[in-house]
Ligand binder design. Structure first.
Ligand code: GLA
Length: 734
């Protein structure tokens, strides 16, 4: 895969730039290291005792020589000099919340880390990597800090590698990926909470003194209650187009912990990493402990700009095939649930063709014989076709799909097991559960122990044998419905506290193996809805499932929030029968991403089916703009009667604006024009309403207007109770 480099490849192809390349040394003792991207800089500096401090985070300066002069401009009280460490150790002179806590091989719990050296490596024209080595002057203990920067996108991935040469194991009690220090006149945190069917609910508030923690201890499905994505605004809560804001997220699908501490000097200490709860890690001498990356971007032009930076970074560098295409599809989960057979599926394959989408996605319920998967209480783990439902197997379905001219995809949930399964009986030691306590189930199932290499092989083989038997299989939906209760691994024996971390590492090993063998096959990351949406996992997937809640009004709000962190091409949006909205509204909402359907096609009226055909034609025209273009949020559903957002391609010649009514009160609608963004003011655009339901008048007559007019005055999409959703296509005409 293009984005995954191993250490050897790196050293072979990288140009090592000398230590002094960007370092500005203002005195023999003091080293200043600016880490710059196109618009921003993070500046590290050593003090007289060689402690490494983070002295600046903000817009970059035109003269790098001036970075070393920044600290003098602050007269805040930081008497103990310990609050601004670039990676705060604990148990020595530093009493602030640590980034790292250890128990040395001799039982001593003190750690001090001082600057030794740094190198900057230029990976290509856009990507650089800074490595800073910190060492304990007393113990043979080292931490390397890594800052990988994506210049054009203003994105940084930061992680640490911990290593020791002590006589015996060291216990890592805490092990952050990153420790930032932000200065500002007050800080506002926007965070998210959720649950099944109500993912990505935002809350924004000013941070008060003390520590605010965002975390998960659920093991798998870690985002169920709280994802690791957040924003911190400085000086005031940033708006869509103005204000200073940092977006952060862990690239990790397991337990995480993000501490935001407004400290006694009124600065913000930010410590992000894997959660250390019940996870002290036993590290052998001379082994690397690599933390996952903490991802961040910063903008002085508001949340919209920060989100576009992150979206382009994700498309270019992180997700699988981010700059490529996606399939439209018909899924059968909501139309059949577990109740189907070959005949029914044959009909659905024909419906896939009739609807005019690329692929049919067979969901849960196709496997298990002794314990057939006819409901969610049996069968997980037994990945053989159910002979009653599918006597001729998956391969005959794929053949049939081919004959119908559509592709075929399949649902799996390979990390899980139902107690009612052969797998559970044959390999009880592969299951995460306490040996002496009653089992506790989440959706009637338990989690397999992916810290065990044999289980990793088993999970890899589920996918591998599906592809070996069915080379034409074109899509995988990978689900993960349970959290980890009663965490205990028979494999890890005495090292139980390694389980949460080794589980996730095991999962990534499996996914990496799959991607080596099947680099581009589209895979959807699903977790009982959006229980696992993070870039740690998404580097192996093409798209994610935001929520089982596909009620389109709810989806407008959720997709709006997800879009701050993830590009539209990754958002699987299915048209379903949830809610009361007409087909047009449902389709219009699903169009803002990777569109699919999960409806009974045969129940659509002729008019509805005609509408879907027309909309799919329009989608085909516009999908490139939606998937790969820049997204601008125009009118927030949280504060207005309507939501409005748009996508525009890179040469500003083609765009689409989506507008939806989100308030049912009398007279609700768009009274004022909505200003567009991201257009070329010099160009003239034809603005035309598309996705019209037959028999309804357009809300907007086709207009030809300059980019200047559209961005200064705007256009009124005339959203109201008669036109609850209005989609406008923009074409530059001159
Ligand atoms: C989870 C997923 C759904 C569906 C079911 C199948 O809930 O989120 O989309 O696949 O599992 O059991």
């Amino acid at each position: 895969m293009k984005k995954i480099y191993n250490q050897k490849q790196l050293s072979a192809c990288l140009i090592l730039v000398s230590t002094l390349f960007l370092a500005v040394t203002s005195s023999a003792q003091m080293v200043t290291i600016p880490i710059e991207t196109k618009h921003n800089a993070l500046v590290l500096q050593t003090d007289k005792d060689k402690n490494l401090k983070m002295v600046y985070f903000g817009a970059r300066l035109s003269d790098p020589a001036e970075y070393s002069r920044i600290p003098k401009m602050y007269s805040q009280s930081n008497d103990s000099g310990v609050l601004d460490d670039a990676y705060t150790p604990s148990g020595s002179a530093n009493l602030a919340e640590p980034a790292i806590t250890v128990t040395h091989a001799d039982g001593n719990k003190s750690l001090n880390l001082v600057y030794v050296s740094h190198t900057i490596t230029k990976i290509d024209d856009n990507i650089s990597q800074l490595t800073v080595i910190l060492k304990d002057p007393v113990y043979d203990f080292e931490v390397k800090l890594f800052y990988k920067t994506y210049y054009k996108e203003d994105v940084t991935e930061q992680w640490s590698v911990i290593r020791h040469g002590e006589k015996g194991e060291v216990i890592l009690n805490k092990f952050a990926s990153a420790n930032l220090y932000l200065k500002g006149n007050g800080f506002w945190l926007k965070q998210y909470h959720g649950n099944w069917a109500s993912e990505m609910q935002p809350e924004e508030a000013r941070l008060t003194h003390g520590i605010k923690t965002i975390d998960s201890k659920l093991g798998t499905r870690a985002n169920l209650y709280e994802p690791s994505m957040f924003m911190v605004s400085m000086d005031k809560a940033a708006g869509e187009d103005e204000g200073k804001v940092l977006f952060g997220a862990m690239e990790w699908s397991g337990n995480f912990k993000i501490d935001l501490e407004l400290d006694p000097a009124n600065n913000l200490r930010l410590i992000a990493g894997m959660n250390n709860a019940a996870s002290e890690y036993h590290l052998k001498p001379n082994e690397d402990f690599t933390t996952p990356a903490f991802l961040y971007t910063y903008s002085e032009h508001g949340k919209g700009n920060a989100s576009r930076q992150l979206q382009s970074w994700a498309r270019k560098y992180k997700i699988v095939n981010g700059e490529g295409p996606r399939y439209t599809l018909l899924n059968n989960w909501e139309s059949t649930y577990f109740d189907f057979n070959e005949d029914k599926l044959a009909e659905l394959l024909k419906d896939t063709k009739k609807l005019g989408v690329d692929l049919f996605l067979l969901d849960d319920g196709w496997f298990g014989n002794k314990y057939p998967r006819n409901s969610d209480n049996a069968g997980l783990g037994d990945w053989q076709e159910n002979r009653q439902k599918l006597p001729n197997g998956i391969s005959s379905l794929i053949k049939e799909a081919k004959a119908d001219g559509v592709k075929f995809g399949i649902w799996i949930e390979p990390e899980m097991v139902n107690p009612a399964s052969n797998l559970y009986r044959e390999h009880p030691d592969w299951v995460i559960k306490q040996p002496n306590r009653p089992e506790k189930y989440f959706r009637n199932q338990l989690v397999l122990d992916l810290s065990n290499p044999k289980v990793q092989d088993f999970v890899f083989n589920i996918v591998d044998s599906l592809f070996i038997k069915n080379p034409d299989l074109a899509y995988i939906k990978w689900d993960c419905n349970a959290v980890i209760y009663n965490a205990y691994s028979a494999y890890l024996k005495k090292n139980q506290s390694n389980l949460y971390i080794d589980y996730d590492r095991g999962l990534y090993k499996v996914l990496a193996r799959i991607r080596v063998k099947y680099p581009k096959v589209p895979m959807m990351l699903c977790s009982g809805g959006g229980g696992r949406v993070d870039y740690g996992a998404l580097q192996y997937f093409t798209e994610y499932w935001p929520s089982d809640n596909t009620e389109p009004l709810e989806r407008i709000f959720m997709q709006w929030e997800y879009s701050y962190f993830f590009p539209a091409i990754t958002s699987s949006n299915h048209v379903t029968d949830w809610g009361k909205q007409p087909i047009k509204f449902r389709v219009d909402v699903a169009m803002m991403g990777r569109m699919g359907f999960d409806i009974v096609v045969s129940k659509l009226s002729k008019q509805e089916l005609d509408f879907c055909h027309e909309a799919l034609k329009n989608y085909d025209e516009l999908k490139d703009v939606i998937w790969h273009g820049d997204q601008y949020r125009l009118l927030s559903p949280w504060d207005n009667d309507a939501a409005s957002l748009m996508y525009i391609n890179s040469d500003h010649s083609k765009g689409v604006m989506f507008n939806y009514l989100v308030n049912n009160r009398y007279g609700a609608g768009t009274k004022l024009p909505i200003r567009l963004k991201g257009l070329d003011p010099e160009k003239t655009y034809q603005v035309k309403e598309i996705n019209l339901s037959s028999g309804t008048n357009p809300a907007v007559n086709t207009e030809t207007l300059t980019g200047n007019f559209l961005m200064t005055v705007g256009i009124n999409p005339n959203v109201n109770e008669y036109h609850t959703s209005v989609v406008l296509e923009l074409h530059a005409v001159k």
